[in-house]
Design a protein around this ligand. Structure first.
Ligand code: ATP
Length: 251
């Protein structure tokens, strides 16, 4: 691995020697990863290289076959369901498909985690948190719309707002720009940067979109065949002329 390009804070995620197979299919092989405080780390790789599996292991949705996973000081694979729920309050997972409830308005979608995870039912507190989260993603006027009335980019923003509303320390973005046009993608990339700066979050962004990687990353890890083979800033990786990265940079 190349030397770090800038001084770093403490690690909030430490993954060491993790392997994971499904039947005969080795998805992650001796996978290692650090995420540092206030860092946007992109995991870049083709479809099916194990990016989502890596993230699921970090939040305890999947167990590794071997290796260690430490998130915010928790030894994730050994946690009980109750401990995992406590950890997940601090680790926001923004799903690829936004995962909004179609039968609820935007406001109700945002209130849901506040009620379920934080037990907040006070009307004015709910209103204040919902409006603040909507403001952060630039969609204050969307509170009474249903998901069916939102564009793809708006859905992504609301999905991010619903994760942010719990004020997580770590944000995990799964393909945040998938299915979006270039202009809307850039807006989402800017939002990811503003979340880091406003909330002081550390984030992992998994993507195969090189523009997303360029615009959002402080550092990039390239994941190929289940192994993290390259690491560096966008410019460092571009200069490396690595065979596996070439298809991404020839855009
Ligand atoms: N629960 C599971 N059971 C069996 N196989 C799985 C499971 N989850 C993932 N896989 C397999 O692991 C491999 C990696 O999947 P993963 O979703 O991590 O890919 P990815 O890099 O995130 O790609 P994409 O960008 O397409 O989502 C795939 O071959 C997938 O079929």
């Amino acid at each position: 691995m190349p030397a770090p390009s800038q001084p770093r804070g403490n690690a909030v995620v430490e993954v060491r020697h993790v392997s994971k197979s499904f039947g005969d299919r080795e998805v992650l092989v001796d996978f290692n990863l650090d995420l540092f405080e206030r860092e946007n780390l992109v995991i870049l790789g083709k479809s099916g290289t194990g990016k989502s599996v890596a993230i699921k292991i970090m939040v305890g949705l999947l167990k590794p076959d071997s290796g260690t996973v430490n998130v915010l000081g928790y030894d994730v694979p050994t946690l009980s369901t109750k401990e995992l729920n406590a950890l997940r309050l601090q680790v926001g997972f923004s799903f690829q498909g936004s995962a909004l409830y179609d039968s609820m308005t935007v406001r109700e979608n945002l209130e849901f985690p506040l009620k379920r995870n934080l037990g907040i039912y006070n009307r004015s507190e709910l209103d204040e948190k919902v409006m603040s989260a909507l403001k952060d993603v630039g969609l204050e006027s969307a509170s009474n719309l249903s998901p069916a009335e939102l564009s793809g980019g708006m859905k992504k923003r609301i999905g991010i707002a619903r994760t942010l509303i719990l004020n997580p320390k770590i944000m995990l973005y799964d393909e945040p720009t998938a299915g979006l046009d270039p202009v809307t993608s850039s807006e989402i990339n800017e939002l990811i940067l503003s979340v880091r700066d406003k909330y002081n979050t550390s984030s992992i962004i998994i993507t195969h979109d090189i523009s997303c990687a360029r615009e959002t990353s402080d550092r990039i890890v390239g994941l190929f065949d289940g192994r993290n083979k390259v690491e560096g800033t966008f410019d460092e990786l571009k200069k490396q002329n690595n065979e596996e990265l070439k298809p991404f940079f020839n855009y």
